[in-house]
Design a protein around this ligand. Structure first.
Ligand SMILES: [Zn+2]
Length: 259
């Protein structure tokens, strides 16, 4: 084993963890011979972090599958496993993924009824899953452990708050600039790939994750020991003052109302 110690703590590694979890990659039998499990990424893990994470693997699959299904990206049939995993997991798992939920039925053009769950995903737990993935990918990518601060932005969330949507759009546009020309990592890019940006002027890395060709996660990773950036715009946003972020000649008004 290349690394002797766990990706997350100081304990000795006893096993390997798949990153992201293996269960999110459809099995060959479910996708008509396509192999979406080529050279999956693994990192060394201790007993504790292996078992604690495996509880989250199913949660992550259900959360991603649900977002994926609701977005109707068009892979429902191609990724049969994902679709079936939702059905199999039934209410029990969906209940774990959503803290508040409502079920709706939408009638499609073909007179099918599509069940849609509209609710508040369990952000804290989802964030924790993505934080772990960030630590794991950092170790894999840079050959040393990350220590510092990690912030996760769930880029796929459709929010009813215009100000929040502007902020997400700003991050997306900024990421597109920072990631241009950076190779995509991951052998099964239709299911998952990631990109690490070069560190910015403050030493902060942007980690971009893409799942199922349409779910975007943006993670900023600020290593310990670097000076905290101070950006007046972000400071003002925290206290609810309207500010306008700019990128090139585009502007992004945020905090249009106090909330
Ligand atoms: Zn550990």
């Amino acid at each position: 084993m290349k690394f002797e110690y766990c990706y997350m703590c100081e304990e000795k590694a006893v096993s390997k963890e798949h990153v992201p979890p293996k269960c999110i990659f459809p099995e060959q039998k479910d996708v008509a011979g396509e192999n979406y499990r080529k050279d999956l990424i693994t990192v060394p893990s201790c007993e504790v972090h292996n078992s604690s994470k495996s509880k989250d693997d199913e949660f992550l699959l259900v959360s991603l599958a649900d977002i994926f299904g609701n977005n109707s990206i068009g892979y429902r049939h191609k990724f049969g496993k994902v679709d079936r995993a939702i059905r199999r997991s039934s209410t029990r798992l969906i209940d774990k993924a959503f803290t508040k939920k409502k079920h709706y039925f939408i009638q499609t053009k073909n007179n099918d009824f599509l069940e849609v769950i509209w609710g508040t995903p369990d952000h804290i737990r989802l964030n924790r899953c993505f934080e772990h993935i960030a630590y794991e990918l950092y170790l894999k990518h840079f050959n040393h452990k990350f220590s510092g601060e990690v912030k996760v932005l769930l880029g796929y969330l459709h929010n009813t708050d215009v100000s929040n949507n502007n902020f997400v759009q700003f991050i997306k546009d900024r990421a597109q600039i920072d990631l241009s020309g950076i190779p995509k990592q991951g052998e099964n890019s239709e299911v998952f790939y990631y990109q690490f940006s070069e560190p910015d002027q403050f030493g902060i890395y942007l980690l971009y994750l893409r799942f199922y060709g349409g779910i975007d996660i943006y993670i900023s990773m600020m290593p310990n020991g670097i000076e905290k950036p101070s950006h007046l715009g972000f400071e003002l946003m925290k206290i609810g003052v309207p500010v306008t972020l700019t990128l090139g000649n585009k502007t992004y008004p945020v905090n249009l109302k106090n909330n």
